[in-house]
Design a protein around this ligand. Structure first.
Ligand code: NAD
Ligand code: WQD
Length: 344
């Protein structure tokens, strides 16, 4: 019988790509999402790709009663992947309590319910934001965690600690914490992708929206950093590559392949690319120049960070495969799809 995986935030950007990979690997998926940052049409996209409709529960993970009802309705959940969270860094500075409540209460509820329902493992979406400004690059999992610079970043640090403390208290569960670098791109089918609400804060949606004319011009935040071309450097990781790592992580936990009860992995390519270099890649794959202007630095930005992904390469047997060209082409194809369907 297929193993059952509960995916919170499964209609979101990374969640939806992971649901596809889970279904294609033979898992049965139950999505819990309150649609606060996604919409139910994503289910149609997933179903169109895989030919299987995932179960969908429109529930809020901060509502313990509602979550318990989901576990009761779907008995025999084997593992869980917890994506559901609020993720806008700037908004978290304006509304810290909203972020602390949503991101922390959701995890507490899930952890409390896991043993009661015999769920063996949880994969948690963490972020390279926990490293702050690295002392050196590439950065590995043993690097120090730096004081958080936003309530959002702090929720990731606190959630990592909550998981560690709970598992090490003897709770009958395991966990894999995945620290994503900068996920970008979309499914090659262009049936699912990133759906930013309002003005995008992240670079790639801003680039593609500028490319298609929704935004007039991209502002590049700073060209006076201590990097070869002066713009910031990031490790841009293809979202489908990223999604695949979750399937491996779930398998690893459910098959009890590790003696460690909590494992942490960086998910990145291991290569740093600057903002200006990424713009060049976009121009190359679309064949059009992008309208952009260098402006001042954005407060709180990290100068440069890229992953040392060797632990994930060696232990999980996972490596980022997609080229940056194919990844940017997939982001563009998705933007064209949104235009064609009059979504954006
Ligand atoms: P997303 O906003 O697209 O997806 C999150 C989903 O969770 C949305 O569908 C939203 O409706 C849902 N959700 C939020 N709060 C909920 C709640 N209380 N109950 C039920 N559903 C809820 O974000 P994403 O980019 O797919 O990110 C997924 C996870 O990965 C998040 O935890 C995020 O912090 C983390 N992460 C994202 C990035 C990134 O750059 N996208 C980088 C590092 C880590
Ligand atoms: C990338 C680079 C900007 C927009 C954020 C979160 C982090 C993690 C990933 C969740 C930076 C520059 C951007 C624009 C620009 N998320 N930029 N013009 O800042 O690396 O990380 O998402 O955990 O926590 O902070 O990603 O896409 O916002 O920016 O020049 O309009 O692009 O300055 O150098 P970032 P980003």
């Amino acid at each position: 019988m297929a193993k059952k995986i509960l995916v919170t935030g499964g209609t979101g950007y990374i969640g939806s790509h992971t649901v596809v990979e889970l279904q294609q690997a033979g898992y049965e998926v139950i999505i819990v999402d309150n649609l606060s940052n996604s919409n139910a049409d994503v289910i149609e996209g997933i179903t169109a790709i895989t030919g299987q409709r995932p179960a969908f529960e429109n529930q809020d993970c901060t509502d313990r009663k509602a979550l318990k009802a989901v576990f009761d309705k779907h008995p025999g959940i084997d593992g869980m992947i917890h994506f559901a969270a609020s993720k806008a860094v700037g908004e978290s500075v304006q509304k810290p309590l909203v972020y602390y409540r949503n991101n922390i209460v959701s995890l507490l509820n899930l952890l409390e319910l896991m043993p009661e329902h015999n769920v063996k493992g949880i994969v948690f979406s963490s972020s390279c934001t926990v490293y702050g400004e690295p002392d050196r690059n590439p950065i590995d999992e043993n690097a120090p965690i730096k004081p958080a610079t936003s309530p959002y970043g702090n929720t990731k640090q606190i959630n990592e600690e909550i998981i560690q403390d709970f598992v090490h208290s003897g709770a009958p569960i395991k966990s894999i914490i995945l620290r994503y670098f900068n996920p970008i791109g979309a499914h090659p089918s262009a049936k699912i992708g990133e759906l930013p609400l309002g003005v995008p804060q992240n670079l790639v949606p801003y680039i593609t929206q500028t490319g298609i004319g929704i935004r007039e011009r991209l502002s590049v935040f700073g060209d006076d950093y201590d990097t070869p071309d002066g713009s910031c450097i990031r490790d841009f990781i293809n979202v489908v590559d990223l999604a695949k790592a979750h399937v491996i992580a779930i398998e690893r936990m459910l098959q009890d392949k590790s003696d460690e009860k909590v494992e942490i992995f960086n998910l990145g390519t291991g290569k740093g690319l600057s903002v200006l270099e990424l713009i060049r890649v976009f121009e190359k794959v679309t064949g059009h120049p992008l309208n952009y202007k260098i402006v001042g630095r954005r407060e709180g930005d990290i100068e440069q960070i890229w992953a040392d992904p060797q632990k994930a390469n060696n232990v999980l047997g996972w490596t980022a495969r997609e080229t940056i060209e194919d990844t940017m082409a997939s982001a563009w194809k998705w933007q064209l799809h949104l235009r064609e369907k009059n979504i954006m």
